[in-house]
Design a protein around this ligand. Sequence first.
Ligand SMILES: [Zn+2]
Length: 300
Amino acid sequence: MAVLTSTAYAGKLSIVIDDFGYRPQTENQVIAMPANISVAVLPNAPHAREMATKAHAAGHEVLIHLPMAPLSKQPLEKDTLRPEMSSAEIARIISEAVHKVPYAVGLNNHMGSAMTSSLFGMQKVMQTLDNYNLYFLDSMTIGNSQAMRAAAGTRVKVIKRKVFLDDTQNEADIRYQFNRAINLARRTGSAIAIGHPHPTTVRVLQQMVYNLPPDITLVRPSSLLNEPQVDNSTAPAVPQQASQRTPAAPSLRTVLKGCRAKQPPQPVYATAFFTAIGDSIQQSNLVKYMVNQWQGWQKK
Ligand SMILES: [Zn+2]
């Protein structure tokens, strides 16, 4: 591994804690941490407005954490976006979310493996977002998210999550993920990590954000909007139909972990294979090829 000694190689690390609005006690502990840690609020959560207002008052960047349909069966938030919804309905949901989450400057998806893998669905989202000054942070809950492709031709800036901090509630695992995010930021210039307001995550953050390596700077996601972005998604062969095609068997898809239901069901959607390997390997040509084959998108 290269030894970096100069601040010229500084990596920008962005941490977003989402699922805000349900657990004020733990969320207050996040708000008490450095202001460059950002928060994303579920618009229909009971404490949405209160927590968004508090976070903003303490100097944190606020995002709307917009529920989007997953491929797996899970308890859903009210007004969860689905690919087949009309533009008008999507516009109504986003407009209400903007009013329920004051001070938001960006939006990221809660769940969303079904919605974000639909180009047609995401085009409707991006066309609506084009009317607001909101960036889209792709939570990347599925490898083949169409968010970046769907934003083409709009003014919406899309950035992507690189690391989930807390797929498990184990402190050592969360520390490991935090260090992965640091290494990615150092290697590629910047990295966005997403975590959740769980006591274990808060404990690890309290240990680690005050002891960042000197070459790592904690930044808000909005300061990464002009970083170079790579779109690793595969275009649907016939965009508007392929996006609505019935997905392949869940065990063959790169559905990634992330936001869970509050009473998490067994994670039937996370394949052992794809969760066992790193994000960088998931984006390798071989894996992309395998995924394409499984999804049948390269067949005529
Ligand atoms: Zn979430």
